[in-house]
Design a protein around this ligand. Structure first.
Ligand SMILES: *[C@@H]1O[C@H](CO)[C@@H](O)[C@H](O)[C@H]1NC(C)=O
Ligand SMILES: *[C@@H]1O[C@H](CO)[C@@H](O)[C@H](O)[C@H]1NC(C)=O
Length: 373
């Protein structure tokens, strides 16, 4: 019981951490380029969350039991929750968060749903996934997309096709001006994954060439934690279909992927990948997958990647970062458990402020799944 709670907490923290961390990472990347115009300061609450997360992680890694569960106030169970539980079982982690769950299911059936998408993500990130269904009308933006997105790098529409009430920015172009690294600035995105700047890069043309010379067909793939879907966008130009898992923490990433004509999967990192065994040719993990994820959670993630890859398929670990010593002692053996062929294995110093401070390195690895174990 205590263990399950602890594990859920670890997973939650990891999920939040990866997202907060990417913001943190972006801000520190920006600071190292004095030529760029001064970015808006990181909001205090993010910095606060970051230090809370750090504290909690060090607390948890010392394997102490989590602090006493906060007493749950006994609010009456919403009637639609009772009804739903007769139809379909509720994931056990949902029941571990009764306050949030009740808040989520407390709505007027057959009317407009509450404006509560951050609440849904809160529950999902606590392991309450799939969320219970609701009998209400979801809120949608008044403007539909005006044309078919033939070019996944076309600028985002000015009239927003996303509900942005929960974000500080109210238009896509506001996000694109905020921080180019967030993935909303198409001028920046257009060249991503194409250039070779260091050995840590595996440009898409080079990857496709490697696959071609190994007589390996690349039709379908999965990009885990893929932000606004730029990897999928570049692959679409090569006639390869990529599904992008992405969450909406801090920005409308799911809507951005969709507006580009790509496929957003609203799935957290700890969820079993929503595709069948052996059906994809490529899985990519960007830097959402990094040393902040607890080792055991990462093992489950990597073996699920193995499950969905076909024999001869590729696992691309793109700019994974960890402490230098952990890469040798922890992560290289962990990746080794898969028994994949190392097509590429490049390690380089992470030279931004937090990388230097923590002695971190990047790993970019292209691994090929064997045909049989
Ligand atoms: C993608 O498919 C289209 C339509 O069949 C074709 O014209 C184009 O050359 C293909 N592009 C690549 C990079 O294979
Ligand atoms: C990477 O960092 C380590 C430790 O700070 C240093 O010894 C090494 O020379 C660096 N490597 C490169 C290529 O800068």
């Amino acid at each position: 019981m205590g263990f399950t709670m602890g594990l859920n907490l670890v997973l939650l923290i990891a999920m939040v951490a990866t997202n907060i961390l990417s913001l943190y990472h972006l801000s520190s990347t920006l600071q190292s380029h004095p030529t760029t115009t001064t970015p808006p300061p990181i909001p205090d609450h993010l910095l606060h969350q970051l230090s809370t997360i750090r504290a909690t992680i060090s607390h948890l890694t010392s394997l102490q039991p989590p602090t006493k569960k906060t007493p749950t106030t006994h609010t009456p169970t919403p009637s639609d929750l009772l009804l739903y539980t007769h139809i379909s079982p509720i994931a056990s982690s949902c029941k571990d968060n009764p306050l949030l769950l009740h808040q989520y299911m407390n709505y007027t059936p057959f009317a407009l749903c509450p404006n509560d998408s951050p609440l849904s993500e809160d529950l999902i990130l606590r392991g309450c996934h799939p969320l219970p269904r609701r009998r209400c009308f979801s809120r949608t933006p008044p403007t539909p997309p005006t044309s078919l997105p033939t070019d996944p790098f076309a600028p985002f529409p000015e009239k927003t096709t996303a509900l942005l009430t929960h974000f500080t920015c109210k238009t896509f172009s506001c996000f694109s001006n905020l921080k180019p690294e967030m993935g909303f600035n198409m001028k920046v995105e257009k060249s991503r994954f194409l250039d070779y700047k260091s050995d840590l890069d595996l440009p898409i043309p080079q990857f496709l060439q490697l696959a071609k010379s190994a007589k390996s067909v690349i039709r379908l793939g999965l990009d885990i934690g893929g932000g606004t879907g730029t990897f999928a966008a570049q692959m679409k130009l090569q006639n390869v279909t990529i599904l992008t898992t992405t969450m909406n923490l801090g920005a409308p990433y799911n809507e951005a992927v969709a507006v580009r004509g790509l496929i957003p999967l609203h799935a957290p990192l700890q969820q079993r990948l929503p595709v069948f065994d052996g059906v994809v040719d490529l899985v990519r993990c960007g830097h959402a997958v990094n040393r902040w994820i607890p080792i055991t959670a990462m093992e489950f993630l990597f073996f699920d990647v193995d499950r969905v890859l076909r024999g001869g398929g590729y696992f691309l670990i793109d700019h994974f970062f960890s402490k230098r010593s952990d890469l040798e002692k922890v992560f290289t053996p962990l990746i080794g458990k898969l028994g994949y062929k190392k097509v590429k294995w490049a390690v380089g110093n992470k030279s931004d402020a937090s990388g230097l401070k923590n002695g971190e390195v990047y790993l970019t690895a292209l691994l090929q799944k064997p045909f049989s174990h």
